[in-house]
Design a protein around this ligand. Structure first.
Ligand code: FES
Length: 131
């Protein structure tokens, strides 16, 4: 059971389609560092990660929100092509060398996405603006 008082609005889920453009947002971690993050829709669910490659800590998307491979089955880093499982963030191949994405716990309620992790605070809601 999720404590509603801990839910932080990320944005509307209505524009997210399977394997399509993701929603970007920013969080603060517990040290106050500003970190970009994103949500994608995959296999009927919503999954959120820090937007930070397991290879080098750069953002994955070349065009804002473009996280999926051409076939919509994996998340892919635009810099060197590391691939990740959309539903777990696990490294599937390429230069992530087994280092997966950092997942963020979210829920979808009434077509809106909320962060429920106590490790992060939402500091800007979802956007498709470039970095
Ligand atoms: S920085 Fe992502 S694969 Fe190298």
């Amino acid at each position: 059971m999720i404590d509603d008082s801990k839910m932080q609005l990320i944005g509307s889920a209505s524009g997210l389609v399977e394997g399509g453009v993701g929603l970007r947002f920013d969080v603060n971690d517990q040290s106050g560092e500003l970190i970009p993050a994103f949500v994608v829709r995959f296999d009927g669910g919503y999954f959120a990660y820090l937007n930070r490659c397991g290879h080098i800590a750069v953002q994955l998307d070349y065009q804002a929100g473009e996280f999926f491979s051409d076939d919509g089955r994996t998340l892919i880093c635009a810099t060197h092509g590391a691939e990740y499982a959309p539903d777990t963030g696990a490294c599937l191949g390429g230069p992530c060398y087994g280092v997966g994405l950092d997942a963020i716990e979210i829920v979808c309620r009434d077509h809106y996405l909320y962060l429920v992790s106590e490790r992060y605070r939402v500091v800007s809601s979802a956007t498709t603006d470039s970095a």
